[in-house]
Design a protein around this ligand. Sequence first.
Ligand code: ADQ
Length: 467
Amino acid sequence: MTSKKAGRLVVVSNRVGDPRKAAAGGLAVALGDALASSGGMWFGWSGKVVEGGAPGEGELHRQRAGAVQLVTIDLSQADHDTYYAGYSNQALWPAFHYRLDLADFAAGFFAGYQRVNRLFARKLAPLLRPDDVIWVHDYHLIPLADELRALGCKQRIGFFLHIPLPPPPILAAIPGHQWLMRSFFAYDLVGLQAKSDADHFARFVQEEAGATALGDGGFEALGRQVVARAYPIGIDVEEFQRLASSTESRQTESLLKKQYGHRRLLVGVDRLDYSKGLPQRFRAFRELLANYPENRDSATLIQIASPTRENVAAYDTLRHELEGLAGEINGDYGELDWLPIRYLHRVWARRRLPALYRCSHVALVTPLRDGMNLVAKEYVAMQDEADPGVLVLSRFAGAAEQMREALLVNPYDIPATAQTIQRALRMPVEERRERHAVLLKQIQEHDVHDWSRRFLDDLSSVASRPL
Ligand code: ADQ
């Protein structure tokens, strides 16, 4: 870590990962570096739900992971249902992904959200040292700094939003949205994924709170100052390339080559979420088979969709829709020895992802809305530079701002997406190499370590604002 920060780093997020375990993913690995070098602490929910537990209370657990202290807290069933399943995932998640139609703003959800943020602040505050630097992650914990400030915490506090920030009219539709403003202004630095998100932030605070723009992402309102800028998250390119040499990855690669060596493979890897545009992707693939018959008996889409938030009704509906679509397409086009779609509704081991990416001629990363989308970057990292595959990327993923050499699509436009997939499948090797080289350079230069360094450097250098 080359950051100028002086104090210990304290990371707060809904879930806590053991940074030493590769399975924890790139973010845990990246934050792990920053945490370990400062002897830091990671604070969050333990993942345990206590049936019959008192709302607003929870037992604290402490654990060491090398140089890093992991501190986690249990949640009562009522807090889990309102704060996590409720307000975070049925109000903020859909609203921030432009899906007000799916948002449920039940009053009890918001009360639980506030209660848990207050609980986190109450448990965390006594553990803090005066020179700590606190980095809060994601939409579950937007009001945390405000709660910490109310308890007298004067440390530097930064916030990073992993999901998109929608434009002001959508934010303003959130009942009682004024809390958002107070919450953002309790931070010293607010990080967003894309420039478009930072633009939405600027417009929102100016239009809704009459904030004054101070330049360079700085704003003043409510007697406070905050800086808000885009910090597009990256992946750990080297860690991912290392995963490719694992036994599991190599075994998966030889299995895929044996099974699909004579086919054209397309891959999609997502959580089963309505923001990921999966039905639209399946329909575009069907259109590809209908309009470009040369792909029949050849093009095969492997779609991994890991189960997520299964107790929320919208996810159940989506699952049924996808199962229906996959069945229809396989029924209409499949042959005895060829199924167009391999739809796997399960978690795919991280170690086996590189093989899947490497064996696929085309990756379909076509969310309707996504903060960034790391699958797009992982796919590029795993390609053979001499014979790389092609990334078909939604223009509505945050990644599209950086990855202009991908084939950008509007996922709502199914015929145009099908046409672009056809172009990807037919792209000459010279063009594939040229596009891939630019994309690879981009993701190598802006990896997850660069992201956390830039954020923490800025957090330690933005002007301290009056409380
Ligand atoms: P997610 O919505 O989870 O994350 P994404 O960035 O695509 O989306 O994936 C995060 C990680 O999960 C990647 O490392 C990916 O490989 C892994 N993953 C996804 N689906 C998987 C599956 N089926 N099996 C195994 N692994 C899978 C949120 C935001 C994104 C943002 C990230 C990081 O929604 O926009 O990019 O946070 O900030």
